[in-house]
Write a protein that binds this ligand. Structure first.
Ligand code: 8YV
Length: 324
């Protein structure tokens, strides 16, 4: 049995695959594969372990012989799940293990943005640490402020816990369905989307990218937010409209933004958002810790191993395939 892996993954996952007697074929080039290369490499494989690779219906049809596709991510918006299910291909993801690391990244961006940390670091490099002015470089304090979570699932809950523990922040949230466990644990309060925007000092996005959430943070949304508010997105760049965000920041409609995800990725180096003092941008590093990436590689490997044994995979995103 052979698995094709689209990027080099941590040793922990590779070891598990090797111990299960699975042959590993890895894409080692530091560029994304083309669709043709992906199809060609999968043609001799029984399973695919896919990292940050778009898997559309055309690819899936060409690779319909695959027994399992294991994603090295919790998100699966880059995969045509419906097409995979129709072809009876189980798709697995890596839930749970990246919640802490991603929430840490949201917390980092919130704090860095509130004190203009990235911008001021760059200003020292430019030789701009000059005359001290008591009214210059002022940030915003977070103690006792209100955190608004859009999408209170595992990652949002961890961000809310951090903010409450560190700064005694009050937690409000918007979800399709109420998260009663979080309400009990944190005193979190469900609000309609508009009220969430109006009442939050920090709005942090932790939802999946779906047709319903795509472009949700647009000009109208930013206009409802406080002029002192900070917008944080560690989920998916397509959930905010980047031009609208830039305009809202330039016009002072909102105060600051911290982004681990942009639209498109990578963000171009001359993007005007990177020049603004109250903006912090990171290159999609939410899950990028040694511990978390190792754990993700293990879950992905477990999905591959079970799929190749013909067993139900442990972390399926389309369990319907087993009901067919
Ligand atoms: C990484 C992620 O971008 O899991 C996700 O959905 O966005 C991140 O963990 C990446 O997919 C890691 O392989």
């Amino acid at each position: 049995m052979k698995v094709f892996i689209t990027r080099v993954i941590p040793e922990e996952g590779r070891k598990l695959l090797a111990e299960a007697g699975i042959e590993i074929q890895e894409w080692k080039e530091k560029r994304a594969l083309t669709q043709e290369e992906l199809i060609l490499n999968c043609s001799t494989a029984d399973a695919l372990l896919s990292v940050s690779t778009r898997l559309d219906a055309d690819f899936l049809k060409a690779a319909a012989h695959l027994k399992v596709i294991a994603l090295h991510s919790v998100g699966f918006d880059h995969v045509d799940i419906e097409a995979a299910t129709a072809l009876n291909i189980p798709i697995g993801n890596t839930p749970g293990v990246l919640s802490n690391a991603t929430a840490d990244t949201a917390f980092l961006l919130m704090l860095a943005t509130s004190r203009k940390a990235f911008y001021l670091h760059k200003s020292i490099e430019k030789g701009d640490w000059g005359f001290f002015e008591p009214t210059a470089n002022l940030g915003i304090e977070l103690r006792g402020k209100t955190l608004g979570i859009f999408g209170l699932g595992k990652i949002g809950l961890e961000m809310a816990r951090c903010c409450k523990a560190a700064f005694g922040m009050k937690v409000i949230y918007h979800n399709r369905t109420r998260n009663e466990a979080a309400e009990l644990e944190l005193g979190a309060k469900w609000l309609p989307f508009e009220a969430l925007l109006q009442q939050s000092d920090v709005v942090s996005v932790h939802t999946a990218l779906t047709p319903e959430t795509e472009g949700k943070f647009d000009q109208a949304a930013f206009q409802l937010m406080k002029s002192s508010a900070i917008f944080i997105n560690t989920a998916r760049g397509a959930i905010h409209q980047e031009d609208d965000l830039l305009q809202a920041l330039e016009a002072g409609t909102i105060w600051g933004a911290g982004l681990d995800v942009t639209n498109p990725e990578p963000m171009r180096p001359d993007h005007p958002l990177l020049k603004l003092p109250n903006v912090s941008v990171l290159p999609h590093i939410g899950s990028a810790t040694q511990e978390t990436r190792a754990a993700m590689s293990v879950l992905a490997a477990k999905n591959v191993i079970a799929g190749l044994k013909g067993e139900e995979i442990p972390f399926p995103v389309n369990p319907e395939v087993y009901a067919l």
